[in-house]
Design a protein around this ligand. Structure first.
Ligand code: SF4
Length: 66
């Protein structure tokens, strides 16, 4: 499985790649490095709006509560 093509410029990935939060590591495995990368809501947002969403928006579209 190849990584998401946006991995190197994705704010969510760079902020949370080392996170110990299970949600983050699970989503990274499923989306950023997994079969659901084309369903990523961050990717859809970028396509629709031409800019990246908040780093705290997860691939599911929900916000991480800090
Ligand atoms: S959060 Fe979405 S856009 Fe960012 S690296 Fe993961 S799959 Fe790609």
């Amino acid at each position: 499985m190849v990584d998401c093509e946006l991995l190197s410029k994705c704010g969510f990935f760079s902020k949370y790649q080392d996170s110990k939060q299970a949600a983050c590591s699970g989503f990274i495995a499923m989306y950023c490095k997994g079969s659901k990368m084309d369903d990523c809501k961050r990717k859809a947002y970028r396509k629709e709006n031409g800019v990246a969403p908040s780093d705290d928006m997860m691939p599911t579209g929900s916000m991480i509560a800090n």
